[in-house]
Ligand binder design. Structure first.
Ligand code: ADP
Ligand code: MG
Length: 280
């Protein structure tokens, strides 16, 4: 069993990248399931109208199910929509439904439109008797109001990067948005974690991109790399994460190692760690 030390705080990580298909949802649900498998209590908030995270966690999210839409637009308490994943009692999910597709527009005219998720999450965490160790927010592939709500609610940003030719393109736009959020909405937001996903070490290109990302973001990139693996891509069609679907597969092993790294890097900025006398 993994040697993990949980912090006693609730770490809120938003899994974001405005590019689609880079492994945001796959990383959010599999890191969440891996964290739950080592004893952490984890909530996944599905902020993508496509609801892929809800599907992968085996949680019903048809149009009639109360969802994150009702929380953001009609101020439902988060507790009223959270479901337990059949995979683990430690794994909770606030599902998305197709209604969320309209929320991006509907939020524009709402009061405190950037803070709605944060307010709901803070109330939820304060109302629980049980401690939640991690909240992972799965973002849609855009930098609209849904993603801004995630950035406002989170302490940490986790960026999945696919090791392909255009990997770094668009990253400066993402980091520009993060600086804007830090300045105006959430000074506590930190880029804590970068995960290299869908890695195929047989290609020179993937190796070069990985090297380049590690040069730019030496502290943030996890040592663990997520390999391209058929088992990872098959799991959601069974309503499962790869941790449950095939726990001995290379993808499951990599996501468990990534989760342990995330636990060990306690999410504090390097400056705080240095001040505490720990090595950066
Ligand atoms: P995003 O949420 O950023 O749009 P997804 O997590 O949905 O990206 O991943 C995009 C596609 O790539 C999906 O079909 C997913 O199953 C597949 N995929 C993601 N990670 C892997 C992996 N490690 N190996 C194989 N396929 C993967
Ligand atoms: Mg997604």
């Amino acid at each position: 069993s993994a040697d993990v030390r949980l912090t006693g705080r609730t770490r809120v990580l938003t899994v974001s990248n405005q590019k689609g298909g880079v492994g945001k949802t796959t990383t959010a649900v599999n890191v969440a399931a891996a964290l739950a498998s080592v004893g952490a209590k984890v909530l996944v908030i599905d902020l993508d109208p496509q609801g892929n995270a809800s599907t992968a966690l085996g949680v019903p999210h048809t149009a009639d199910i109360p969802s994150v839409y009702d929380v953001l637009i009609d101020e439902f308490p988060l507790a009223d929509i959270v479901q337990v994943s059949p995979e683990s009692p430690n794994l909770l999910c606030a599902p998305s439904t197709i209604h969320l597709a309209g929320a991006e527009i509907e939020l524009v005219s709402q009061v405190a439109r950037e803070h709605r998720l944060k307010t709901a999450l803070d109330e939820y965490l304060a109302s629980l008797e049980e401690h939640i160790d991690f909240v992972l927010i799965d973002c849609p592939p855009s930098l609209g109001l849904l993603t801004i709500n995630a950035f406002t609610a989170a302490g940490e940003l986790l960026i999945p990067i696919q090791c392909e030719y255009y990997a770094l393109e668009g990253l400066s736009q993402l980091l520009g948005t993060v600086r804007m959020i830090q300045k105006h909405l959430n000074p506590g937001l930190t880029l804590s974690t970068i995960v290299l996903t869908m890695y195929d070490g047989r290609t020179r290109l993937a190796q070069q991109v990985a090297e380049e990302v590690r040069e730019h973001f030496a502290k943030e990139v996890l040592d663990t790399v997520i390999p391209r693996s058929v088992r990872v891509s098959e799991a959601p069609s069974f309503g499962q994460t790869v941790i449950a679907y095939d726990g001995q597969s290379a993808g499951a092993i990599a996501y468990r190692e990534a989760a342990v790294e995330i636990i060990r890097r306690d999410g504090l900025p390097a400056a705080v760690k240095n001040a505490a006398g720990e090595s950066a």
